[in-house]
Design a binder for this molecule. Structure first.
Ligand SMILES: C[S@@+](CC[C@H](N)C(=O)[O-])C[C@H]1O[C@@H](n2cnc3c(N)ncnc32)[C@H](O)[C@@H]1O
Length: 229
C-alpha cells in the first residue's frame, strides 16, 4: 500500500483543512517556513491550531511538553496561556535547544517557556509529584510514548489533559500488516500505547484522525472526587 506522507485522511480533505487553517501569527508562520525548508518535523498546521484551541479552552497554568524541536508548538501553546503560565519543554538535541531558545526569546516568551536540555524519559522519571501539570503534550520519540505513560499520568493533575501526537503515524498504525517493514517497532509500540491509553483506569481517551493522528486523554476523577460522596 502507498502512503501519502502528508495525509492520513483523504488527501483532498487534508488539503481543504490546511487551506482554511491560515496562520496569522508572523513568528509562527516564519517557524513553519523554517521547519519546512530545513526538514525539521513540527506539528502540522491543523494540529497546531488544535493545540492552540485546547490551550485556550483548558487554560492550563502549567504545561509539560516532550519534544521541543525549534519551539513551534511550545510558542503556539504559550500564546494561549495567561502571563502566569509556565511551560517546561524537553529536548535532547543541543542544536534544537539553541534554536528554540532563540525563537522563544524573539517571541517575547522566555518568562513562560523553559527549554530543558535532557533525555525526556530520564527527566520524567525524576520530576516528583509536587510539580504537577495541567496539560502534557507528548511529541518526542514515538516508540517511547509507552514507556513515558506511567510518569505522564503520575505528573498530570486530575482533570488534566494528556495530548499525544503522531499516533496514527501516516495511517500505518491503523493498517494491519501493510506498514513498511522498517517501521515495525515504532508501529507496534504505538499500537500498544493506544491500547494502554484506551484501557487505562485513570484516563478517558479520544483518538482523532487530525494531522498525523492525535489522542486527547483526560485524567478522570472518581465520583467521590467530583461530587464529594
Ligand atoms: C516532532 S519533533 C517536536 C516538534 C515540536 N513539538 C513542534 O511541534 O514544534 C520531536 C523532537 O523530539 C526530540 N526528541 C527525540 N527523542 C527525544 C528524547 N529521548 N528526549 C528529548 N527529546 C527527544 C527530537 O530531537 C525532536 O526535536
Amino acid at each position: 500500500m502507498e502512503y501519502d506522507l502528508n495525509a492520513i485522511v483523504t488527501p483532498f480533505v487534508t488539503s481543504y483543512i490546511r487551506e482554511k487553517t491560515v496562520q496569522t501569527d508572523d513568528i509562527l508562520r516564519g517557524l513553519e517556513r523554517y521547519a519546512e525548508e530545513n526538514n525539521i518535523p513540527v506539528a502540522k498546521p491543523e494540529t497546531a491550531r488544535l493545540l492552540s484551541v485546547l490551550t485556550k479552552l483548558a487554560r492550563p497554568e502549567r504545561v509539560l511538553e516532550v519534544g521541543c524541536a525549534i519551539g513551534y508548538s511550545a510558542i503556539t501553546m504559550a500564546k494561549g496561556m495567561g502571563a502566569d503560565g509556565k511551560i517546561i519543554t524537553l529536548e535532547h538535541d543541543a542544536n534544537m535547544v539553541r534554536l528554540a531558545r532563540e525563537n522563544i526569546e524573539k517571541a517575547g516568551l522566555k518568562d513562560i517557556i523553559n527549554v530543558v536540555e535532557a533525555d525526556a524519559k530520564d527527566y520524567l522519571s525524576y520530576i516528583d509529584e509536587d510539580e504537577i501539570f495541567d496539560m502534557i503534550f507528548l511529541d518526542g520519540p514515538k516508540a517511547h510514548y509507552l514507556y513515558m505513560l506511567d510518569d505522564a499520568v503520575r505528573l498530570l493533575k486530575k482533570g488534566g489533559l494528556l495530548v499525544s501526537d503522531n499516533i496514527l503515524f501516516k495511517g500505518m498504525t491503523a493498517d494491519d500488516g501493510h506498514f513498511a517493514r522498517r517501521k515495525v517497532t515504532i508501529i507496534n509500540r504505538l499500537r500498544e500505547y493506544i491500547d494502554a491509553l484506551m484501557k487505562h483506569p485513570q484516563l478517558e481517551t479520544s483518538i482523532l484522525s487530525q494531522g498525523d493522528g492525535i489522542t486527547l486523554s483526560v485524567k478522570t476523577m472518581s465520583d467521590f472526587e467530583r461530587f464529594g460522596y
